[in-house]
Design a protein. Structure first.
Length: 373
């Protein structure tokens, strides 16, 4: 079987006009081309099964664009999966009408705002929007706001907690959305606390909620400010944790910790919290620590503190438990969850019951940090 003469001619004319991107609607059997003059289309007239005919269409396009008559080359498929498409190939990949080629572009390090606009025209899907919003150049361009708005519009239809967290995290970057939209996202966290995890990841110091500082925040700040000004990481983190912003962070962490919907939420939550305290994380924390090992090692740090921590303890020796609680939060890696998650796929209430040995300990640390113990 070969392409019909009419389709062959019209496709060659489309390609001769040097389109910036090509999209194929398989359900309607239409090939669309994007150019500076607008959008052109070729309605196909298949003379065999649609999938076979589309294979021939893509082979023709690939031969003209990449001089590869066999279709989308195997080596490009490998680069697509690895996110390693070469920058000089990106524009060509968008002209192949192959979804995998578009995915290679949106995940490429060399993605530019212009290519992002073409890729979005070629394949306007949420996963592509999320991939592109990982790039600073896209966030700063006009296309960044377009992608963010799409993600917000589609958010009510997302079913996976991981996608909800990632979407919220990404749209909160820079000034992609205004404060009114930000507040609406925050309010949705009341019914789906996965939203809160996105906020903790992107705006830990600026959560859209009013929260009082710890009752002794001013006293601690007066004792530790000199050390903080000297860039003592323990002093800086303790001052922040007892401030209004820090207490809001802890309150939000507690809300998610008490009722996570599934294992993805827990995993991401722990990563987000641990990443926030990376600067104070002990060097001897390892990937074999369970919750008991983590608590033990955090306690050791107060007994044999490094120099920076020793300086803090000399000013506030009575806050050893607060420091220990902070060090426990800094070690929330997957090893803490492995003894539970490696033996169950439970979600919801059952998962939370199985997690109790871990979450109970962490809720105790939050209580210490909020001076409620």
């Amino acid at each position: 079987m070969h392409l019909s003469n009419e389709d062959n001619l019209r496709l060659n004319v489309l390609l001769a006009n040097q389109p910036q991107a090509i999209r194929i609607d398989e359900s309607k059997m239409i090939v669309y081309g994007l150019s500076t003059q607008g959008e052109a289309k070729v309605v196909l007239h298949p003379n065999c099964r649609d999938e076979l005919y589309l294979k021939q269409v893509r082979e023709l396009i690939s031969e003209r664009i990449l001089d590869s008559p066999g279709g989308y080359p195997v080596y490009l498929r490998r680069w697509s999966r690895m996110g390693q498409a070469r920058d000089e190939n990106l524009a060509q990949l968008l002209m192949l009408g192959v979804p995998e080629a578009v995915e290679a572009v949106v995940n490429a390090q060399g993605l530019t705002p212009e290519l992002a606009e073409r890729a979005w025209w070629a394949m306007p899907e949420s996963k592509n929007a999320r991939s592109m919003l990982e790039r600073p150049a896209i966030i700063e361009a006009d296309i960044g706001k377009v992608l963010a708005q799409h993600l917000i519009d589609y958010l009510p239809f997302e079913t996976e907690a991981e996608d909800i967290i990632e979407t919220v995290r990404l749209v909160l970057q820079a000034d992609l959305i205004n404060e009114a939209a930000t507040l609406k996202l925050w309010q949705k966290g009341r019914s789906k606390n996965a939203y809160y995890v996105g906020f903790l990841a992107t705006r830990p110091h600026d959560l859209p909620t009013e929260f009082p500082a710890r009752h002794d925040a001013e006293q601690l700040q007066s004792k530790l400010q000199t050390l903080a000004d000297q860039n003592n990481i323990f002093a800086k983190n303790l001052i922040w944790l007892t401030s209004s912003d820090g207490q809001a962070f802890l309150d939000t962490f507690e809300k998610v910790l008490k009722k996570p919907v599934n294992q993805d939420v827990v995993n991401i939550l722990f990563d987000v919290v641990a990443d926030h305290f990376t600067a104070v994380c002990k060097a001897d924390y390892d990937d074999e620590m369970d919750i008991n090992g983590l608590v033990h090692k955090a306690g050791e740090c107060c007994q044999e503190p490094p120099e920076a921590l020793q300086a803090v303890l000399e000013h506030i020796p009575e806050e050893c438990q607060t420091i220990r609680a902070m060090l426990i939060l800094s070690g929330l890696r997957y090893s803490v969850l492995r003894p539970i998650f490696s033996t169950t796929t439970a979600i919801g209430t059952l998962m939370r019951k199985k997690l109790a040995p871990v979450t109970d300990v962490l809720l105790q640390q939050i209580a210490v940090l909020r001076d409620r113990a």
